[in-house]
Ligand binder design. Structure first.
Ligand SMILES: [Zn+2]
Length: 465
């Protein structure tokens, strides 16, 4: 007999939502419906992180069977509370802890494990020692298998929101984050389709480590915004956010080059930029380090001699950055002005100063008989009765008649390390919601709807379920 357990899971969630709706004091008017997919497939390990063996536990045992996309079909019950998932020659097998096979994959359908549970909060299992809500699906991936957490979107958000924002922050800021993260999940269904799931569990999509960071405040934020998404003209918004942005957010066209009516610059006055991590930052790169970074990026400019911010957005973010080397010049634009030297630049809002003359240039000491001055010629002219000759600093030798040194050796002994200094404001790409700005707004009495519609111009909250 076949039974759909995801359907059961959704019923349980709905019943829970109804209870909550009855408890909710604030009920927002339902706007036009925007349909979203509520069951997510989240990739926990795949590709280079695919496994060949893993331990899964459940407090009351498992239903084992197969997933057809998001729908689970139970084939048998396993009473063991600990099982091993292994990659065998013919596919995935489920074994007990003594190595006896309890279930084997057939028809290349993968293997699904769903926990046996009696109430909503018990629908959970462990995978490699970490707790996850929902079910797990295992599919062959190379010589191993990928693990996919099939989970209701709100149960997923319980785990995501506190990875993106501290659970100690004001509840209205957490609610704003919950809506942003729900929008992200709903908009990225199928993003990793080639691997058999929707979104990954890393920062590439949204950071997710199952139940490890769940907290009461996060349950409250997710439950109070149940079903709510941000829309513009009836369509789901792209709810970008980053840690801090200084006095104003940025128009997306100066960051990613496209124009989006609700991703424009707005005031960010509630952000306490001076007193937050990386709100105000500075960093130093030596000319050598800058040269190495350029080479690693595939930009062959030789030894970096100059880094200049050529153009800024009206809000003060660098939109053109020119790097001059001794063999070529490279100019980068928009977001790359932040990411190129991302080890020191935390945002696009910065200034750069410094003299980055390449280190293999000779330094020459000259004296008028009283003071000694150091000079850094790029090349040196030799005058003799043979005429005038140019030599590069690297090939110049000095001698006292006994010892001989190259100028480059001498440089290594005496040159101060040339460097560039970056000073800036804000942490992240600067588009959409400032998380610290949202915190500041919440502390000043704004609710999550006001926070979201402030940062995303012209948008509104819609009930998607
Ligand atoms: Zn991803």
């Amino acid at each position: 007999m076949t039974k759909t357990f995801i359907f059961r899971a959704v019923c349980a969630v709905t019943a829970f939502a109804l209870t909550l709706a009855l408890m909710c004091v604030e009920v927002r008017p339902a706007a036009a419906e925007t349909e979203i997919q509520r069951i997510l497939k989240v990739g926990l390990c795949y590709g280079s992180s695919a496994k060949t063996a893993a331990t899964v536990t459940s407090e009351r045992g498992f239903y084992v069977g197969t997933f057809n996309d998001r729908e689970f079909f139970e084939e048998q019950i396993i009473e063991n509370t600990t099982v091993m998932v292994r990659r065998g020659d013919a596919g995935i097998v489920i074994q007990d802890t003594d190595g006896n096979t309890l279930y084997a994959e057939h028809d290349g359908a993968g293997v699904g494990l769903s926990p046996i549970y009696t109430d909503f909060w018990e629908e959970r299992l462990t995978f490699e020692g970490s707790w996850y809500r929902g079910s797990l699906n295992f599919i062959c991936d190379g010589d191993g298998f990928a693990a996919i957490n099939v989970i209701d979107i709100d149960q997923y958000l319980y785990g995501v929101v506190s990875r993106e924002m501290s659970d100690t922050w004001p509840i209205e800021a957490l609610k704003a984050q919950a809506v942003c993260s729900r929008n992200y999940a709903a908009q990225n269904i199928g993003k990793h389709e080639s691997y058999g799931f929707d979104i990954c569990a890393n920062t590439h999509c949204q950071m997710y480590t199952g139940m490890s960071r769940e907290a009461e405040s996060i349950y409250e934020a997710v439950d109070a915004t149940r079903g709510m998404v941000l829309t513009y003209g009836g369509e789901l918004c792209e709810c970008y956010y980053s840690s801090s942005m200084g006095s104003s957010t940025e128009d997306v066209k100066y960051v990613w080059g496209n124009e989006v009516p609700y991703l424009v610059s707005v005031d960010n006055g509630f952000e306490d930029t001076e007193n937050i991590p990386n709100g105000v930052w500075s960093g130093v790169l030596t000319a050598d380090e800058a040269s190495t970074i350029m080479r690693n990026r595939g930009y062959e400019v030789g030894d970096v001699q100059k880094i200049e911010a050529l153009e800024y957005s009206p809000e003060g973010r660098v939109t053109k950055l020119r790097v001059t080397g001794n063999t070529a010049i490279k100019t980068v634009e928009r977001e790359e002005c932040r990411t190129l030297f991302g080890s020191v630049t935390k945002s696009q809002m910065f200034t750069v100063t410094g003299n980055g003359e390449a280190e293999n240039q000779a330094m020459i000491a000259v004296s008028d008989g009283e003071t000694l001055m150091r000079r850094r010629p790029k090349q040196i002219e030799i005058l003799s009765d043979m005429g005038r000759h140019n030599v590069s600093a690297e090939t110049l030798y000095t001698t006292n008649g006994v010892y001989q040194k190259t100028y480059a050796d001498a440089e290594g002994e005496t040159s101060p390390n040339t460097s560039f200094t970056f000073k800036g404001t804000g942490w992240g790409h600067g588009v959409g919601m400032s998380q610290y700005g949202a915190k500041g707004m919440a502390e000043n009495g704004y609710d999550f709807g006001e926070i979201l519609t402030h940062y995303f111009t012209g948008t509104g909250i819609t009930n998607a379920y």
